[in-house]
Structure formats: C-alpha cells, structure tokens
Design a protein around this ligand. Structure first.
Ligand SMILES: [Ca+2]
Ligand SMILES: [Ca+2]
Length: 306
C-alpha cells in the first residue's frame, strides 16, 4: 500500500497520461499541440461493400442515448489561441444532437469525480450511475463511449487473434494495479449494460493498428473504426477483429454566417461568440474515432420516429 500522498500523486500523473491517450487519442483536433498525435498520411482502401450491413431500424422510436464523456473541464481549442473553447463531450454531444434531433440525449460527466480518481475509475462510476438508473426503471437504448484505454499488441496477441485472448487479457487486468483493475471493471460494467439491452458504441481508438481499446473486449459492444472524409480507412484508427463498424471520423471545420460547422452540414455547431478568438485561426478539421461512434449511432437511428 502506498502512503496516501504518493498514491494520490501517482493517480494524478496517471490521470494526465491516460487523458492524453484516451481523450486526446480518440478525439484529436488538428493542431500543433504535441499532446495530439500526428495524422498518418498513407491510407488503405476500404472495401465498403465488405462492411457488415447497417441495421435498418425504420420504425424504431428515437433512442434515449447516454453520452459518457467529459463536459466540465474545457479541453479543446478550436481557434488555436491557447484557450480551450469547449469540451470533448460537448463536441460528441453536438454530433448526436444535430444528427438525431428527436432523440433524448443525456450527459454523464466523468469530470464529476475530478481530480484524483483514475480515468477508468471515473468512467466506471458513470457506467455504474447509468446502470442504477436503468435498475430504477429509467430506459436507455444506447450508450456512446468516445474514448479508449489503449494497449499495444504483443508477439502473442495480434489484431487477428485477439478474440481468443479476450478472457486472458481481462483476467490479467482484473489482477493488476489500481488502474488496470479500473479498466477491467469498465469492461464488466459495459457487459452488464449490454445484457440489460443497451447498445454500446465505442470509438475504436486512435493509436493505429498496433493498439487495441480494452473497452472493446466487452462482449456485445459495437466498436467503430474511423474513416477519412473520402471513405478510406484513417490510418490513426485501430483496426482489429473487434472493430466491427467503420464510420466517418474526419470532419472539416468551416465558417458559416454566425459560427463554425464541424459536422459537415454547413449549420453552425458553435457560435463565434463562444470561441475565445471568435474563430479567427480555426483548426482545419476534427479527427478521431470519437466522432465515428456518434456517426454510427446517427446512421443506425436516422429513420427513427419521435
Ligand atoms: Ca480558443
Ligand atoms: Ca453542423
């Protein structure tokens, strides 16, 4: 057992590191900030016809969606003046709000438990909160998880054979340190949600083919890989047997009359007055599998009835 102060410091350091991996990696804004990974330039051509068929839900009632993300601590600077303009969660939320105007979308804020809990612990607490609400009779149809806990593939575990290592990886995490146990707990909670009938969509992660998102190990989830605007696979996207869907994950940011559009429909998603530099020096695009997850949800429920 670490002395409490040392333990808290370790937690804080890990928190920062994991945030860079998890939030920064899943949703990156094109910027010079070194926290964000460089975008690779080589693409694989995606055989779109080879993708699993999109579930057609034409007569479905519009879903109630839980977005588990950060909504308090602003962490995205869209006009590059060094001042954050919005949160990762609010950007993800905006995709869903605009894409599914008749859906009921609820925010579950992992920033509630800042500052000393690990990232996985904070995600786990929100998953638990959601489960408790459902147990009390509230109805949720969909969960959006636009973040990842990335692990590297090793010699034994490859993108092609990871399915057969699933149980071993989870049990190793469950026996690991505080942070690993937090991740294993998230997997268990996500599986519980799946068993309760909730569809869980997860961003595949932005560390490329060499890493996988631990959350994807949860059975029954829909892990969404990232496509470029032209439909080719984005090189930053994870790509392994757990990635069962592919959706757009790169979106140009453009100016409209009263604000900026980042969802690609020329309708403002943020007003100029809400950007610290009024949108003067805009980043060119949003990219990350963070946006592939809500895009997949929108695709699956686009014909829903209010
Ligand atoms: Ca700014
Ligand atoms: Ca828009």
């Amino acid at each position: 057992m670490l002395p409490i102060r040392a333990h808290l410091i370790k937690a804080a350091i890990r928190y920062a590191g994991t945030t860079a991996l998890a939030v920064g990696a899943v949703c990156a804004v094109k910027t010079t900030n070194p926290i964000f990974a460089q975008r690779p330039t080589v693409n694989d051509i995606v055989k779109l016809h080879a993708q699993p068929p999109v579930e057609e839900l034409p007569n479905t009632k519009c879903p109630r969606i839980a977005v588990i993300d950060n909504f308090i601590r602003k962490n995205k600077d869209l006009d590059q003046d060094g001042i954050h303009d919005t949160t990762h969660g609010d950007i993800v939320f905006r995709f869903l709000e605009e894409g599914l105007p008749n859906a009921d979308i609820a925010k579950f804020d992992i920033d509630e438990d800042l500052p000393f809990l690990s990232y996985a612990e904070r995600v786990g607490r929100q998953l638990e909160k959601l489960i408790k609400l459902i147990e009390k009779g509230e109805k949720f149809d969909v969960v959006n998880l636009s973040f990842s806990f990335n692990r590297k593939f090793t010699n034994d575990i490859t993108p092609d054979n990871i399915l057969s290592h699933r149980n071993a990886i989870i049990s190793q995490l469950a026996k690991g340190d505080y942070f690993m146990r937090g991740e294993a707990r998230c997997v268990t909670l996500i599986e519980k949600l799946h068993k309760m009938g909730v569809k869980v969509y997860i961003g595949a992660g932005n560390a490329g083919k060499g890493e996988y998102n631990v959350l994807s190990l949860a059975q029954g989830t829909i892990t969404v890989g990232g496509l470029n605007e032209d439909g080719t696979k984005a090189d930053f996207s994870a790509d392994n047997t757990y990635v069962t869907r592919w959706n757009q994950s790169v979106f140009s940011i453009t100016k409209t009359e009263n604000g900026i559009d980042f969802t690609g429909n020329d309708i403002a998603d943020m007003l100029y007055e809400d950007l610290s530099a009024a949108g003067e020096n805009l980043v060119k695009e949003l990219f990350g599998t963070s946006f592939a997850a809500p895009t997949a949800i929108i695709e699956d429920f686009k014909n829903c009835a209010p």
